[in-house]
Design a protein around this ligand. Structure first.
Ligand SMILES: [Zn+2]
Length: 425
């Protein structure tokens, strides 16, 4: 049990202490009323043998201020900010962790991308080269080591590393139920490619499985390795950026037959529904009617969300867990932690019940955004998994069913997916 003393116990301090000690370090902790009982003093007054961390003031505030962090220092080769000259740590670990996990910088004015998303290159982690490291988890473990050398009664039980493969289903089929006009258009486009042309015809006439219907092999690989899968299903409206097939009800039912009705299924809120609560509620109702389950998990299609509005919307919708916390163009830890964390609503200055999972690895980032070849992709994933294993965190990967198909040159990437499963499981 780690005992912490602070003169001012604010919502922010309670929140980040809980994340660092309970979620990341799997350690019991409590705030104590007497400074004499403390292992850690979060304040300016030194007392006895207690470990002193000097506050920089951020956790005593209740609003969001527009300020820039320009001074990045290093502590045992790891980047730090909110540095302090006094105390037993060279920085305010609680304030720095809170800044990153609460996504404070995403509340500040910044240029958004064409989809209205926060841009990765605006983030402190990207600008300072620590996006691919779960920095908050690393700091927490460094702090724990310091505490253990000072106090023999701190004996934590390390958490267990967890791996989760998640599949986004934007399109169940490429050709089937795509509609007459779309199929004619696709046939015309592939007329010069004999193999593609014939393949499309055989699929349309039900002589061959649709290339995007890859669920049987995904299930087979996962079962062989003893893995459970989460599926996020798009049931939103038809559109250029949204799904391209009709008959959503029958299509989803066919997936459920393969993956089993008891699988973890979440909603994949559409691009059009991202900022539209009426549309979101409609999509949730559709998926619940098809699956006959209450849907409590979400990932936004295109990772199209903004803080705090999107997460406030999810809470109103009855969503308990979100898996969108990654960037669509970079690998790494958007919130600098690999562990699930509760969404802290900085506008209301309070913690919420929405549990957010980090998303450090995604198929299209590896191949299309970073333009890596297969071996480079595997090597990059290995580095990230190694960071997560060192702190016994949670490793979530995102793949698309359509990117395990035998067309559009994704067939060569099947080996990458299978290699990642083996590396990360
Ligand atoms: Zn999607």
């Amino acid at each position: 049990m780690i005992r912490i003393y602070s003169e001012h116990i604010t919502n922010r301090l309670r929140y980040i202490v809980n994340h660092l000690f309970a979620m990341v370090l799997n350690t019991d902790y409590q705030f104590v009323e007497s400074i004499d009982d403390a292992h850690i003093i979060y304040g300016t007054q030194r007392k006895g043998n207690a470990f002193l961390i000097i506050p920089n003031g951020l956790l005593s505030e209740t609003d969001v201020r527009d300020f820039k962090i320009t001074d990045i220092d290093f502590w045992q080769d790891q980047p730090i900010f909110f540095t302090q000259k006094e105390g037993d740590l060279p920085f305010d670990i609680f304030a720095a962790s809170f800044y990153l996990v609460s996504r404070y910088e995403e509340y500040l004015p910044s240029e958004k991308d064409v989809h209205g998303r926060y841009k990765s290159d605006n983030s402190l982690a990207y600008k300072n080269g620590f996006l691919t490291k779960p920095m908050v988890d690393i700091w927490a473990n460094m702090l724990l080591e310091k505490l253990r050398t000072r106090f023999s009664d701190i004996t934590p039980i390390p958490p267990c590393y967890r791996f989760l493969s998640t599949i986004d289903v934007d399109n169940v089929y490429l050709y089937r139920h795509a509609g007459l006009f779309q199929n004619i258009w696709k046939l015309l486009k592939s007329i010069r490619n004999k193999n593609l042309f014939l393949n499309q015809l055989t699929v349309i006439f039900h002589l061959k499985e649709d290339p995007y219907f890859t669920f049987p092999k995904i299930e087979k690989w996962h079962q062989q390795l003893g893995l459970k899968t989460h599926y996020f299903l798009h049931v939103g409206p038809w559109g250029k950026i949204d799904r391209r097939c009709f008959c959503v009800k029958n299509n989803i039912r066919r997936i459920l037959k393969v993956i089993g009705i008891s699988s973890d299924v979440g909603i994949h809120i559409s691009h059009r529904g991202a900022f539209d609560t009426v549309q979101q509620a409609k999509e949730k109702r559709i998926l619940e009617a098809i699956t006959q389950q209450t849907i409590t998990q979400n990932r936004f299609h295109y990772l199209r969300f903004r803080l705090p509005d999107s997460y406030q919307d999810l809470l109103k919708l009855g969503i308990k867990e979100d898996y969108s916390m990654g960037y669509a163009d970079q690998l790494g830890f958007r919130a600098s932690t690999s562990f699930p964390f509760y969404f802290y609503d900085l506008k209301k200055d309070q913690s919420t019940e929405l549990l957010v999972h980090s998303l450090p690895i995604m198929d299209v980032v590896l191949r299309k955004r970073l333009q890596l070849n297969q071996q480079e992709a595997i090597d990059e994933v290995k580095k990230i998994v190694q960071h997560i294993r060192q702190i016994n965190g949670e490793c979530v990967i995102l793949w698309h069913n359509q990117n395990l198909s035998y067309i559009e040159n994704w067939e060569d990437w099947e080996i990458v997916y299978k290699a990642i499963l083996k590396i990360a499981k």
